[in-house]
Design a protein around this ligand. Structure first.
Ligand SMILES: [Ca+2]
Ligand SMILES: [Ca+2]
Ligand SMILES: [Ca+2]
Ligand SMILES: [Ca+2]
Length: 322
């Protein structure tokens, strides 16, 4: 017997392919298991260059209901985290909104210097080893969307969260979720998240490819990427509408590597897909840092939901001739 698909199911299908369910940070499309921030006394060779990580969340102007920023496994101990000696690390998570939370020039750099904690401090909490928050969620909020900073070029009200490894030498692994509910993860339609410098854990399984998606606006003519502590764990490639898989310079242990790449017209107003492809003899617990800037030295945002979708290489007519 023929069945008509109920409308609710169709709606679910519709949202499944769009922003609405893709607000975990890292996002599903990125295939990154965890964000990571080490304590201030850590050895940088474990994969975090500055013990601080900033993320921005965008709430569309049409959203009038309160929002929550949820943190998975905010503690440093038990499951998921990276231990050195005793667990002795404290991580401070702080949420900012208001004027200059993102538009202050120091807010969008990649080093925790100057007034990078700009804006109004809305909430903050310090986590160490904790049974209560191990493998569990902690919820910041509720926040009224208008407590964020309204910036049209980012698509709405912007909130900032900074994870700071204030002491200790262990690695805190965690994830975020921008939610409309305090007790569960429910995505905000049209919401997004981004960062200018991404510090994250890779999968141990070499068949798992992680991705990040820097956005290329129409004034970008070249990009310079910088990566730290990749541990020579395979290749990192750029895939875009015009690039089938350009290998970039990769770092070894405890070092930065940089490379510059030209951007062509077809790549404007879309995201690049930077792919982290591990080698067979895989490095375990590999943490890496990456940032990308344009020809003016301005850092480009990595959107967790790639703007314009995930770019696919499209050979030009010129390139396929003869
Ligand atoms: Ca934990
Ligand atoms: Ca320790
Ligand atoms: Ca953790
Ligand atoms: Ca590493």
């Amino acid at each position: 017997m023929k069945r008509i698909i109920p409308p609710l199911f169709l709606i679910a299908l519709f949202f499944h392919g769009h922003d609405a369910v893709t607000q975990p940070v890292p996002a599903v499309e990125e295939n990154i298991p965890f964000l990571v921030t080490f304590g201030a006394q850590s050895d940088k060779s474990w994969g975090d260059d500055d013990f601080s990580q900033t993320f921005f969340f965008v709430v569309p102007e049409e959203n009038l209901t309160p929002i929550y920023i949820r943190v998975f496994d905010p503690d440093v101990g038990g499951l998921h985290d990276e231990q050195k000696g005793e667990w002795n690390t404290k991580t401070k998570f702080s949420v900012y909104g208001g004027k200059e939370c993102i538009t202050h020039p120091d807010a969008t750099g990649t080093d925790p210097v100057g007034n990078y904690k700009s804006g109004n401090l809305l909430a903050s909490k310090i986590f160490g080893e904790s049974d209560k928050y191990d493998n569990e969620w902690y919820t910041f909020g509720p926040f009224n969307p208008t407590e964020g900073e309204l910036v049209h070029k980012y698509g709405g009200y912007v909130f900032k969260i900074i994870a700071e490894g204030i002491s200790g030498d262990d690695g805190n692994l965690y994830r975020y979720f921008l939610s409309s509910k305090s007790d569960r993860n429910e995505a905000i339609e049209g919401g997004n998240a981004f960062t200018y410098e991404y510090t994250f854990r890779l999968h141990d399984d070499p068949s798992q490819v992680s991705h990040i998606y820097p956005f290329i606006d129409d004034k970008v003519i070249s990009v310079k990427q910088s990566n730290f502590d990749w541990d020579d764990d395979g290749v990192i490639k750029i895939v875009s509408k015009a690039k089938p898989g350009l290998e970039i310079e990769v770092s070894g242990d405890n070092e930065w590597k940089h490379s510059e790449h030209k951007i062509v017209d077809r790549e404007h107003n879309s995201s690049l897909d930077i792919q982290f492809i591990k080698s067979r003899n895989t490095i375990r617990n590999n943490n890496v840092v990456i940032s990308v800037r344009n020809q003016y030295g301005e850092f480009l945002p990595f959107y967790t939901v790639p703007i314009g979708g995930i770019p696919k290489y499209q050979p030009s007519i010129h390139a396929v001739k003869r």
